[in-house]
Write a protein that binds this ligand. Structure first.
Ligand code: ASP
Length: 349
């Protein structure tokens, strides 16, 4: 491979490339050439930058697991020809895509950086240019021995490089749209890009990239609230084909102790439905052993999602179910960090 740094830019859509429809005033997807015309700075990189675009580009609200498989295919096909990959993506579901890719790209040893913007790149105050240019630099960054500095799926947004499967979109308006509440940033960007080597996952260069394409979407995320009805929980847990549930509980993993609630949950896990407990709180971890209310859930067969985001928990379940693993294997893998998505503190579950 040549020594010139090389990056493949994959444009899926999102605000970054949109323009305003003069009749409706709504933002609509536009093509990639338009986007590139607004970033003449790209020519100043001494890099080989190639691009691939989704045709048509999509608003990320339309993102589907089939698009994730397509991204994996593009990355796998081009893996040996580039130092890194930058995916331009709408912000709305970027955290889901980043989480899914982190599981689907096993043994990743090159950077895959997702970014986008809150304002289209053609607008004067856009945040898109900054996000795009820095993402390209990070995607090409290497150690003196030639290995990638950040061999992970990440989101770069407003000066922070974050592990993708730890992120959540937290702001629909401000430029700092993403947070990684339970894991520190992998790099801070100011005058310099300050990487945090101790926080970045180490690649296993002797292992080859193993792309995965299969996902099973018979899953659901469900949020508890005071007053939730048995008929609702019953209908949800009896949804045809349902295989796994991410249950967003209160505080450190607590749920109502009512007889009907525990019974519904227990009957579901007895039927083989996997129920993963994550907290509704933005930060912190589930600790089901801490309160009696949590203990009831363990007894009903619920497993801990630790400090997982809901985006990561749901895509991990889709990934594991997609590979036809047994109920026992899935429960074990949910209990294991596959791509740095959970922090396990000993004795906590
Ligand atoms: N609706 C847009 C999308 O997610 C929002 C954005 O890009 O920020 O595609």
């Amino acid at each position: 491979m040549s020594k010139t740094p090389s990056v493949l830019l994959i444009y899926t859509g999102g605000t970054i490339g949109m323009i305003e429809n003069s009749e409706t005033g709504a933002l609509e997807s536009f093509n990639f050439d338009h986007l590139l015309r607004h970033v003449p700075e790209l020519k100043r990189f001494n890099y080989r930058i190639s691009s691939y675009q989704f045709d048509p580009p999509i608003d990320s609200s339309d993102m589907e697991p089939s698009h994730w498989a397509r991204l994996v295919k593009i990355i796998n096909y081009n893996y040996d020809y580039y130092d890194g990959f930058v995916i331009l993506h709408g912000t709305d579901t970027m955290a889901y895509t980043a989480s899914a890719l982190s599981f689907m790209l096993e043994n990743l040893s090159k950077p895959v950086i997702l970014t986008g913007s809150q304002l289209p790149i053609g607008t004067l105050r856009t945040d898109g240019k900054e996000n795009l240019i820095t993402s390209i630099e990070i995607a090409a960054a290497k150690h003196p021995d030639g290995s990638a500095i950040v061999p992970e799926v990440c989101i770069f947004f407003e000066n922070h490089l974050m592990r993708g499967n730890r992120t959540t979109k937290i702001n629909a308006e401000n430029f700092n749209a993403f947070r990684s509440h339970n894991y520190p940033s992998l790099a801070q960007v100011g005058i310099h890009i300050k990487y945090e080597p101790n926080l970045i996952r180490r690649a296993m260069p002797h292992l080859v990239l193993k792309p995965h394409y299969l996902l099973d979407t018979h899953v659901v995320i469900f949020t508890l609230f005071p007053g939730i009805q048995e008929s609702t929980v019953n209908a949800l847990l009896h949804a045809p084909g349902l295989k796994a549930v991410v249950m967003k509980t209160f505080g450190s993993g607590n749920a109502p102790q009512k007889e009907w609630f525990i019974r519904q949950v227990k009957e579901a896990t007895d039927r083989g439905i996997i129920i993963v407990n994550i907290t509704q709180c933005a930060a912190g971890s589930v600790e089901m052993c801490r309160y009696e209310t949590g203990i009831h859930l363990i007894e009903a067969g619920v497993i801990s999602g630790y400090d997982s985001t809901s985006e990561s928990a749901i895509t991990k379940l889709m990934f594991l179910l997609g590979h036809g693993l047994s109920n026992k294997e899935i429960r074990e893998k949910m209990n294991t960090s596959l791509a740095g998505e959970i922090t396990k503190t000993s004795g906590v579950r």
